[in-house]
Design a protein around this ligand. Sequence first.
Ligand code: CA
Length: 223
Amino acid sequence: MIYCVEDERNIRELLVYTLETTGFSAKGIDGGKELWASLKKETPELILLDIMLPGEDGYAILEKLKKKPSTREIPVIMVTAKEAEFDKVRGLEAGADDYITKPFGMMEFVARVKAVLRRCGQKNSEDRMLQYKELCVLVGRHEVRYKDVKIDLTRKEFELLQYLMENKGIVMTRNQILCRIWGYDFDGETRTVDVHVRTLRQKLGEAGNYIETVRGVGYRIGG
Ligand code: CA
C-alpha cells in the first residue's frame, strides 16, 4: 500500500491511478489529519508527501513521521510543485528518501517509486512475514509454509503469492498481476497469470483454496 498525500484532487487521483495501473495498491489522502488517522489503521510501504498542504505542511509531517518509532521506517518521497520550492538539503536531512518535482512524467514517477521501494526493501525485507490463516510467506527467506510445512515454489509463483498476500482482501486484476510480476505494461498475455495461478494452487494443496477466482476480474486472497 502506498499513501499519496496531496491536497490537489486531480494530482492525487492521477498518482493513485498511475500506481494502481502499475500494479501497486494506493490510497489518496488529502492532508495531515487524514494521514495520521490512516496510519493508525495501517502501515504503508511508502508515503508520497506533497509539501504545500493546508494545515501541517509536508516538512512538518515528515519530521513527525521520522520521530515516531512506529512510522520512522516508512520511506517517504517528497512531491514538490517546483524545484525552487523544495529545500533539498532540508528535506533529505529530515529523512526523505527522494523527491519529485511537479509536473513529472509518469514513467519517471513510477521508476522513482520502484527505486525507493527497492532500496528500502533490502533493508526491511529480511524479517518480513505475510500471513493468511495458516499460510505464511517469509519474504526475506523466500520461503512459504503451510501448517508449518515448507512448500517449494518457483520464483514467479512465489512473487505471485507474495503479491496477493500483500494485497489481502483486494481483487488484483490479471493485468495488474502481469504488470507487477512480469513487468509487462500492455494488455494481453493474461493467460500467463492463469497458468501460474493454477500451478501455484496445486503446489499449495489445501491452502490453494485461499486463492479465490473473481470471475471476469482477477484473483484475491482473503475475501
Ligand atoms: Ca499542494
